[in-house]
Structure formats: C-alpha cells, structure tokens
Design a protein around this ligand. Structure first.
Ligand code: CP
Ligand code: NVA
Length: 296
C-alpha cells in the first residue's frame, strides 16, 4: 500500500490488516507505556485541508504526534494552492520537505494528482467522492460491537450519492456485508453493482444489523441546502424506523449530526456510545494507516 486514496483501491487483506493493527493500537493506548513505539519518529506529515473538520484534523494531528512525528496543518486558503498554484507543483515541493500528506478537499482528482506527481504517501481525508478513513473506523466499531461486519445487513439512509455511502459501497464486496442504500431519486448512488438501492426506507431497514446516516447537506453543497432539506425530509433515523430493524441494531453516524434532520435527538442520545466510539476509532484506524504507509 503506497497511498490511501480510495477504499476501492484497498484489497480485502489490506483492510483486514489495518483493522487488526487499529485494534492493537487501541488496546496499547489504554496501557501505561503503550505509546513507546514511535514509527514516525523524525518525520513531519502535512495536513492540507480546504474544507472544515473537527474529528479528522484532530485525530490525525494527535495520531501523528503519538507515533513520534510532527503534524503541519496547512489550510488550503493559506498556501499558494489557494491562489492557483497547481496541485502537481505543490506535490513536488512538499515532497522535498515532508514524509507524508493528509488531504481533505473537493475533487478526488486532486488527491490522485498529488499522489501521481509527489513522491510521498498521500491519505484521502475526505473528498467529494470518498471518505475511506471514516468507513475503516466504522468497520472497527462494527467489529467491536457485532464481532464482524461480514454477513451483516448495513443500511445507509439519507443522501446516498455523497462520499460516505460511496466508501461503504467500495467496502461491501471486500468485507462481505449486505449493503442497502435508502435514498430518494436524485440522491441515489451512481454505482449500484452488488448493493440494494431503494426509495423505501422501511423496506431497507427491515432486519438491519446497522442503520447508518450522514448529513443531508455535505460540505460544498450549501447552495442546495433548501432543496435538499425538502427532498430528503423523511429519510430520517427515528424510533419508528428502528422498530423494523433487528432488536439491538446499531445506529451509526459519522458526525457532525443535525438533530431533527437525518436523525432524531432521542435516537442519537440512545446510541451516543456507538456514535462516539466511531469518532474515537478514527484515531486508532488512522494511526494504523500511517504506520502502514510510513517510509522507514
Ligand atoms: N466525520 C468526520 O470526518 O468529521 P469531521 O468533518 O469533523 O472531520
Ligand atoms: N458527507 C459529509 C461527511 C462529513 C464528515 C460531507 O462531505 O460534508
């Protein structure tokens, strides 16, 4: 594994290796002296973010430091790329200074171009097309709660055409879970091979092991907010929907959450343990990714 640009590019074995290492790192972190392994010692990793972030930024910065490295946060608007310097030139410059880069941006082609022109590992920290680190942390969470994701029925409800469901779709054939996407027309995924897509959220949620949702208005889609709230209204995780899922089904949310929109406040609070475990697992899974990509 040279980069993590997309879940679609990972093999089943690579996903399993990341999850196994993340599990070990989580166990180690709770032990005194568990952080003595410093594989990023002497390294600096840059974080280029052109979109807002709480979880991804903080968990990467903390993770890099816990592995012995330095994290250098670069807001897209502060570097020359924000004024039109090309991705290719930025990649070639940063490759002379730092040992790896974590990028959150709009176009998937920008992270791919960075990897193509630079000579350092690139991690996709969310683009319009994918959010691989999120889904790897979610898989760790499902393993912790249900033993395995394999064979489980995972149902995504809401904007089925955004980055988070796209990474779920990429993971499905590799991990071997049954994936349903419940979304209105216009918000259904472009790629549907091997998954079930329906407008009927109750049919989708029937006997589900996991109900999963994400914001209705992704970053960059703010101009469409009014329209999205109208069309997606009803594609909500609430008590009624939960009743048709398996007893004890997990409710998951990548966060940030908008109560009263994609999830009710009651369901969110009843399942906050799982949801904040997902957020915590971003740290462990990303440390595993950093270790696998770090050049020694
Ligand atoms: N889930 C997630 O990626 O959160 P942030 O946007 O806060 O990084
Ligand atoms: N789909 C959301 C995910 C946020 C973590 C967005 O792109 O804004």
């Amino acid at each position: 594994m040279k980069h993590l640009l997309s879940l679609a590019q990972l093999s089943a074995g690579e996903i399993a290796a990341i999850l196994a290492q993340a599990r070990q790192l989580k166990a180690d972190r709770s032990q005194p002296g568990g952080r003595s392994h410093l594989p990023l010692s002497g390294q600096t990793w840059a974080l280029i973010f052109t979109k807002a972030s709480t979880r991804t930024r903080v968990s990467f910065e903390v993770g890099i430091r816990e592995l012995g490295g330095n994290a250098l946060y670069l807001a897209g608007s502060d570097i020359q790329m924000g004024r039109g310097e090309t991705v290719a030139d930025t990649a070639r410059v940063l490759s002379r200074y730092v040992q790896g880069v974590v990028i959150r941006t709009f176009a998937q082609k920008d992270v791919e171009e960075f990897a193509q022109f630079g000579s350092i590992p690139v991690i996709n920290a969310l683009t319009d097309d994918e959010h691989p680190c999120q889904i790897l942390a979610d898989l760790q969470t499902i393993e912790e709660k249900l033993g395995t994701a394999k064979g489980k029925k995972i149902v995504f409800i809401g904007d089925g055409a955004c980055n988070v469901p796209a990474s779920w779709i990429a993971a499905a054939p590799k991990v071997g879970f049954e994936l349903w996407i419940a979304a209105p027309k216009g918000f259904q995924p472009a790629t549907t091979a091997g998954i079930q897509v329906t407008e009927d959220l109750f049919a989708a949620a029937k006997n589900a092991d996991v109900l999963y949702t994400d914001v209705w208005v992704s970053m960059g889609k703010e101009a469409e907010a009014a329209d999205r709230l109208k069309v997606l209204a009803g594609y909500q995780i609430n008590e009624q929907l939960l009743k048709v899922a398996k007893p004890g089904a997990l409710v998951m949310h990548c966060l940030p959450a908008y109560r009263g929109k994609e999830i009710t406040a009651e369901v969110f609070e009843a399942h906050q343990q799982t949801i904040f475990d997902q957020a915590e697992n971003r740290l462990h899974v990303q440390k595993a990714i950093l270790i696998q990509l770090a050049r020694r």
